[in-house]
Ligand binder design. Structure first.
Ligand code: SAM
Length: 240
């Protein structure tokens, strides 16, 4: 099978990027954790449910979240009837419109959604997940970095901002001002490109122990976005 057909991207219904039909490397680690714990998990920005459906198959009790009700309905429709009792769909914008019960979750998955949050939303989100995870529970997150061919012209200014100690060097108010790539028409106006300094800082400050944070190229990234192997940032953090 050709790589392009194996990693098919399905546009989200609300122009919030794409939902993948393949688990990325970070999501795979999340599913491994689901297999081990068989616990209760939260999938933030689940889109069409690539990870939520796999987590159900792995024996987890899944709360699938998204801002888009259509996405969540589609996840429900794709769930095998015998697994439906372990699926809860919860619509709402993370973090402020997604109330979470205290110590209600063993694991949280957030794939390609944190780059849609402002710095303040990330901080509030990290506190919300600290509240929602059981002690020892884990967060598996992956987000976009500036190191994509689309954002090449931004890498210089970004590194200057970072060296100057800016708190959120990857915040871009209007992505059209830094790139004209055709794929950007499927994204919102602003984006928060993250890295292996900013993301662990946010979660450490909220009381997480960062187990691993690294830059890599996810296997389902479109070829036209490839740059140098640092296109995504992955984070695995443990709630202390
Ligand atoms: C790029 S898709 C990622 C889909 C999926 N997690 C994956 O990795 O294939 C981002 C999804 O996050 C949702 N989303 C964006 N901002 C959100 C927020 N603040 N709270 C919850 N969902 C959000 C969008 O509706 C969209 O379905």
């Amino acid at each position: 099978m050709k790589a392009s057909s194996r990693h098919r991207r399905i546009p989200t219904h609300n122009s919030m990027g794409w939902s993948s039909n393949t688990l990325n490397e970070l999501s795979e680690l999340f599913i491994h954790d689901c297999n081990e714990r068989k616990g209760r998990v939260l999938d933030i920005g689940a889109a069409l449910g690539i990870a939520s459906l796999a987590a159900l198959e792995a024996g987890a009790q899944v709360v699938a979240n998204d801002t888009d009700a259509d996405h969540l309905r589609q996840i429900e429709a794709q769930t095998r009837p015998e697994l439906l009792e372990r699926l809860e769909i919860r619509q709402g914008r993370f973090p402020r419109q997604l109330p979470l019960e205290e110590a209600g979750f063993d694991t949280v998955h957030a794939s390609n959604i944190f780059h849609f949050l402002t710095g303040r939303q990330l901080e509030v989100g990290a506190q919300s997940l600290q509240h929602a995870l059981k002690p020892g529970g884990k967060l598996f997150a992956i987000a976009a970095t500036p190191y994509m061919s689309t954002f090449q012209d931004f890498i210089g200014p970004y590194e200057v901002r970072k060296a100057a100690g800016e708190l959120w060097p990857g915040w871009v108010e209007n992505i059209r001002s830094i790139s004209k790539h055709r794929l950007l028409s499927r994204l919102p106006k602003s984006i928060h490109l993250l890295d292996d300094t900013v993301l662990p800082r946010v979660f450490s400050a909220a009381g997480f122990e960062v187990e691993r944070c690294w830059l890599f190229r996810r296997r389902d990234l479109p070829k036209s976005l490839h740059l140098d192997g640092r296109e995504s940032v992955g984070l695995i953090a443990r709630r202390i």
